[in-house]
Design a protein around this ligand. Structure first.
Ligand SMILES: [Cu+2]
Length: 148
C-alpha cells in the first residue's frame, strides 16, 4: 500500500510540473494558428523534380499549403524545427499516387512521390501526448494541392 501511495504522489508531482509547460504550448499553438495559410508553389528543378522544404513544428507545417504539378516527381524535404515533441507527416491518397506516413526528425527526411491525379489532399500529423488531443487537432495539418 505504501508503494501505491508513492506512485500516486509521483504522478501528481509529474502532472503539476507539466502543467505550466502545457499552458505555454497551448499559447504557442494559438500564435501559429494565426499565421496559418502559407501557400507555396513548388518549383521544378533542373533534374525535373519539384523539391520543397517543409518544416514541422509545434503544432504546424510550414508551408501548410503545397502546390505541385501532376505527373511530375515531388520531393518534400521534411525537417523538425522546434521542441522535443515527436511528429510525423501523413498523406493517404493512394488513388492519386500519394501515400506516406513518415516520422519527422531533426535531420532532413526526403519524401518522394509522383502525384497522378489533380485535387486537394490532406496532410497531417497524428501524434498525440497521452490522452491529449492529436497534433492535427491542434492545427498540425495542411494540404497538398495537385494541379495541371
Ligand atoms: Cu506532430
Amino acid at each position: 500500500m505504501k508503494t501505491h501511495r508513492w506512485t500516486i504522489s509521483f504522478l501528481v508531482l509529474v502532472l503539476l510540473s507539466l502543467h505550466p509547460l502545457l499552458a505555454t504550448r497551448a499559447a504557442a499553438a494559438e500564435e501559429v494558428a494565426e499565421g496559418k495559410g502559407k501557400r507555396v508553389v513548388a518549383k521544378v528543378g533542373e533534374d525535373g523534380v519539384q523539391r520543397l522544404e517543409v518544416l514541422s513544428g509545434e503544432y504546424y507545417f510550414e508551408p501548410n499549403h503545397i502546390v505541385v504539378q501532376v505527373d511530375t516527381p515531388v520531393e518534400l524535404l521534411v525537417r523538425k524545427v522546434d521542441g522535443f515533441v515527436p511528429h510525423n507527416v501523413i498523406v493517404q491518397a493512394p488513388a492519386a499516387g500519394i501515400d506516406f506516413k513518415v516520422d519527422v526528425d531533426d535531420e532532413v527526411r526526403p519524401i518522394r512521390f509522383t502525384p497522378t491525379k489533380t485535387g486537394r489532399y490532406e496532410m497531417y500529423c497524428d501524434k498525440s501526448f497521452l490522452w491529449f488531443e492529436s497534433h492535427r487537432a491542434k492545427g498540425m495539418e495542411g494540404i497538398i494541392e495537385v494541379v495541371e
